[in-house]
Design a binder for this molecule. Structure first.
Ligand code: BGC
Length: 367
């Protein structure tokens, strides 16, 4: 039976042309087969390649490495931001006989549809990074996302204080309204900034959601915000991609470097923006740890073992049910700690310290 399923999987993969070598441009990977053993196969669906650099780079790489090291077959695909494609990929993985399905949902509705189908077939499910609301996944692996938002809020406050800006108008460039993480990030930065708005120490400016975290649309929306509020003095951008979109608009208006902008993901671009002073901070989430934790759960489940590492629980705010979880700690990064991200091996000095940034790298102690 199992052999038959693997044969089917191979045909399916070839038919869709997705038999990719690890880490190709499509953002997909197949870690090679362990067929014939009793260990099951794992399917992973990543969300897109545009909302953040992380999915096609860090997550793909670290997940691929972890499954390879364990000798467990994993089909890692990227839905390219397309909800129909997300479901098609899941259907293909379920039909190919995966024993474990790991997803980063594009929204909770389509995520739940996929999780429901998997569960009906007896497949173990893992929500990777984003909780699928009312989805009932068996496991959830992420960071403390409210803490991520608190670090962003506090980072912005510190930068405004350093720049001696009084009574700033602060605008928000939030993540996707359909991503539960964006809700949690906002909960975190609101907990720091709302008291300042309430006490009139700061003034609240535009509060703009960016659909699907689309960076290009984020730039357009921020341009409108800045046009209608010329006095914006600080930007809480929810990730590095949105931060960079805001920075490009600020540059056009010769305001970059004066108006602090936050971020998240410690992308090469975000870190370079910090080095030159256009971005105030980012949040580093050690994605290797996240990928290793999620792959560890998937590998145990693929081997038919009961995982022991998901020792926390998160309560799904819709179903009110507890989901067994692994939650990791995020870290705030500013100019002086960019070097920590390099030391951790998340970005290399070579990719970060290209000609335009070499002097700043030296100043920031990156050797
Ligand atoms: C992730 C962030 C990422 C964003 C956009 C969130 O769910 O936690 O790391 O920047 O999605 O992809």
């Amino acid at each position: 039976m199992r052999k038959g399923l693997f044969a089917l999987a191979a045909v399916g993969l070839m038919a869709t042309g997705s038999m990719a070598a690890c880490g190709d441009d499509s953002g997909n990977s197949d870690t090679g087969s362990d067929s014939g053993s009793s260990v099951g196969k794992v399917g992973v669906i990543l969300p897109d390649t545009k909302s953040s650099a992380r999915w096609a780079t860090a997550d793909l790489k670290y997940l691929t490495d972890a499954f390879k090291a364990a000798g467990v077959e994993a089909d890692i695909q990227n839905a390219q931001g397309d909800k129909a494609q997300f479901q098609t990929l899941a259907d293909g993985m379920i039909a190919s006989g995966v024993k474990v399905l790991m997803i980063v949902n594009l929204d909770s509705g389509t995520g739940k549809a996929v999780l429901d189908k998997a569960k009906q077939t007896g497949i173990a499910t893992i929500d990777y990074d984003r909780l699928t609301l009312n989805g009932g996944a068996d496991y959830y692996v992420s960071f403390d996302n409210v803490k991520v938002g608190e670090l962003q809020g506090q980072g912005l406050v510190d930068c405004l204080t350093e720049k001696k800006v009084t009574n700033p108008v602060v605008s928000y460039l939030n993540g996707s309204p359909t991503d539960n993480n964006a809700t949690l990030f906002k909960q975190g930065y609101d907990s720091v900034l709302k008291p300042k708005f309430d006490s009139k120490e700061y003034t609240k400016g535009p509060d703009t959601d960016v659909p699907d975290w689309d960076n290009a649309q984020g730039g357009t929306l921020f341009e409108q915000d800045l046009t209608s509020n010329k006095n914006i003095k600080g930007v809480l951008a929810a990730n590095d991609g949105l931060g960079n979109a805001a920075i490009q608009v600020l540059k056009k208006n010769k305001l970059n470097g004066q108006v602090p902008v936050t971020g998240q993901d410690a992308t090469v671009q975000g870190l370079q923006n910090i080095l030159v002073g256009d971005q105030c901070m980012t949040v580093y989430k050690a994605i290797k740890k996240e990928a290793d934790a999620a792959a560890g759960l998937a590998i145990a489940l693929a081997k038919g073992e009961a995982p022991t590492t998901a020792t926390s629980t998160v309560t799904d705010p819709e179903s009110k049910k507890d989901v067994k979880s692994v939650l990791l700690e995020p870290q705030s990064i500013k100019f002086d700690s960019v070097k920590d991200v390099v030391a951790d091996g998340f970005v290399t000095k070579d990719e970060l310290c290209t000609a335009d940034f070499a002097a700043k790298c030296t100043e920031a102690g990156i050797s």
